[in-house]
Design a protein around this ligand. Structure first.
Ligand code: LFR
Length: 481
């Protein structure tokens, strides 16, 4: 049976990687070719992505990966680069944690009220949605000179192939897509004076995205033609595609990494007022599915603390955190107050103090507070999603980097009162690889992709330990304040 090789470029907020997936009808292996840091830079204008370093990392990774049958790219969502009429990049892409969008949403809502915006686009409120970024940039010289807007994976694809497109799953995070028609929300854009002509034509996971340019082949030592395949270019779309759910399972998922994205895979969006009030988002997944989920601050809280503490050894810290008494103090891990970088241990301590709870002091105590808080937020999102979508579940799948954090997985099972199946850790890269393999005819439909994952990937199961009363009490402390 044929085995094919696919390079998956997967860019996260703190690191990028180029992985090589080898896929056969009954086999799936993934190896890391290259991993490189993603270090945003504070320039005089604000927080910017170092896009050239990322592109350099992609080229290095492809060189290390060696000959592959195709390449696919996914990254975090919402951010973009602007190109001028010559196709040259105008400035460094702005980081979604940059402060330029502060106070912008209110101005947008004066033109298109928040409830109308939700009914049309199904997108959660987040200050960094592309729509608000474009509104913030409205008067800028850069936008005035722009002829093209390319989301980050589309920009890198353009640099690799010379072909411009807008991948749909990622486009759904711009807040300019109607999740029912899966096409642009023309009325929303025109009312806000956003020129949809900036966007290249939509393309969908599985569509061809061009061939590596001759210069790229030369630079990476690959022999052409090497096609680039459109994948679920939003990393969360790729990660959800790699949830190893088997057949008839009724499941929720949590994609863990810098963010925790917790929710359900649905056939249709939920656009009710209750859903808006609960701030659930309807992003698009593979094959017309809807990723109905909530953004939770995620391991960002811990990453920022680790940075403040000078990067102590994580294994020892998690062991110490496991010994801290549970649920002493919890914070709202969904709170946008934690969005910006910096001073994270102090900000968490402040939140505990302000809510009249014991103030965690040592790194172990703060770490435990973060993990308890995340587990609580996971439970809350999954419970509310089931109610709002009328879609009950029996099991929670955790995928992504957080699956390596056994304490977080166990606490999530405890808080949810449901079994947790953890893995794969490299879900986004695997989803990326499998969509390429599907386009190449090696695997069948979405169910077949998931069954292949369930058969081949190491998974860990966590049973709930039954102390639900303590979790409900902790939840009540947060919500009644
Ligand atoms: C996760 C993610 C989330 C998105 C956030 C910002 O990496 O893509 O899904 O809300 O980053 O783009």
């Amino acid at each position: 049976a044929p085995v094919k090789s696919y390079a998956a470029v997967d860019l996260g907020a703190s690191s990028g990687r180029v992985m090589v997936g080898r896929v056969g009808p009954d086999s799936l292996g993934l190896t890391e070719a290259h991993r490189f840091p993603n270090q945003p830079v504070r320039t005089p204008e604000g927080l910017r992505w170092d896009i050239l370093a990322l592109y350099g990392g992609v080229l290095d990774g492809l060189r290390t990966a060696g000959q592959v049958d195709s390449v696919g790219i996914d990254s975090w969502a919402v951010d973009y680069g602007l190109l001028d009429a010559d196709g040259a990049l105008l400035g460094n892409p702005v980081h979604y944690r940059d402060t330029r969008t502060e106070g912008v949403a209110e101005k947008v809502w004066a033109t298109v009220p928040a409830d109308e915006l939700y009914a049309r686009t199904g997108l959660q409120y987040a200050p960094f949605n592309t729509l608000y970024q474009l509104a913030a940039a409205r008067e800028s010289a850069q936008l005035a000179h722009a002829e093209r807007l390319l989301l980050i994976p589309d920009l890198l694809t353009y640099w690799l192939t010379g072909e411009a497109g807008t991948e749909l799953t990622n486009a759904s995070t711009t807040q300019l897509i109607d999740p029912r028609t899966r096409d642009w929300a023309h009325d929303v854009a025109s009312r806000l004076g956003i020129d949809l002509g900036l966007f290249a034509p939509l393309r969908r996971p599985g569509d061809p995205a061009g061939l590596l340019r001759p210069e790229v082949l030369e630079e990476t030592g690959l022999t052409g033609p090497v096609p680039v395949t459109t994948v679920g270019s939003h990393d969360t779309a790729s990660a959800v595609a790699a949830v190893p759910a088997t057949g008839g399972e009724r499941f929720a998922y949590i994609c863990t990494g810098t963010w925790s994205l917790a929710g359900l895979e649905l056939d249709a969006p939920v656009l009710t007022e209750a859903s808006r009030a609960a701030n659930f988002t309807n992003e698009l997944g593979l094959d017309g599915t809807v990723r109905y989920l909530r953004n939770i601050m995620g391991l960002w809280l811990l990453q920022e603390c680790l940075r403040a503490w000078g990067d102590p050894e994580l294994t020892a810290l998690l062991r110490a955190a496991a010994d801290v008494p549970p649920l002493r103090s919890v914070v709202d891990a969904g709170d946008a107050a934690f969005l910006a970088p910096g001073r994270m241990p102090a900000r968490i301590a402040d939140a505990c103090r302000d809510s009249g709870q014991p103030v965690p002091e040592s790194p172990a105590e703060i770490t435990r507070c973060i993990l308890d808080s995340l587990a609580l937020a996971h439970h809350r999102a999954i419970t509310e999603a089931q109610g709002l979508a009328d879609h009950p579940v029996d099991v929670v799948h955790i995928v992504g980097g957080g699956t390596r954090n056994a304490l977080l997985c166990q606490l999530t099972a405890d808080a949810c009162g449901l079994p947790v199946v953890a893995g794969p850790a490299e879900a986004a890269a695997l989803g990326n690889v499998l969509v390429q393999a599907r386009a190449g005819g090696i695997v069948g439909d979405r169910t077949a992709m998931r069954q292949l994952l369930a058969r081949t990937q190491p998974l860990e199961r966590y049973e709930p330990r039954g102390d639900t009363a303590a979790w409900r009490a902790a939840q009540a402390r947060l919500t009644t304040r």
